[in-house]
Design a protein around this ligand. Structure first.
Ligand SMILES: [Zn+2]
Length: 139
């Protein structure tokens, strides 16, 4: 299941970050999920809970934020929401060579640590960790 591999990747990244900063628990993980990333949020939440069991993330809340897919025309620089299924032909000039600007991301944007010290909530290095984007097709 795609969502399970994403959930395991997220847990793995957060565990590594937790180890490097000595965190003893995780309150919540924020994840940016691109509209075109092929991830179903409910399924991901379910898999995340399973993937967290027995790790430092046990009981952590997963907060997902949907990122709309947008594309930019290489010819006329028009930018539009591609929607679903993605519309990759420029609505302004008909050029088909659009660059996807956003919508495929799967990115940990914030981790809140449950630290021993009450006020030690810190944003993780994980904020800049990118999960390998799982979509194989380029066009
Ligand atoms: Zn165009």
């Amino acid at each position: 299941m795609h969502e399970m591999s994403v959930a395991l990747a997220v847990v793995d990244q957060v565990e590594q970050a937790a180890r490097s900063c000595g965190a003893v628990g995780v309150d919540s993980v924020r994840l940016d999920v691109g509209e075109l990333a092929g991830v179903v949020p409910d399924a991901l939440a379910f898999c995340f809970e399973l993937a967290c069991a027995g790790t430092v993330l046990e009981g952590a809340e997963l907060i997902t934020r949907s990122v709309p897919g947008t594309a930019r025309c290489g010819a006329c620089a028009d930018v539009w929401d591609v929607g679903m299924p993605p519309q990759l032909i420029c609505p302004a000039c008909g050029n088909a060579a659009a660059d996807l600007v956003s919508g495929r991301e799967l990115r940990i944007s914030e981790v809140r640590w449950a630290d021993v010290e009450a006020d030690a909530e810190a944003e993780a290095d994980a904020a800049h960790v990118r999960i390998r984007e799982p979509i194989p097709q380029e066009s």
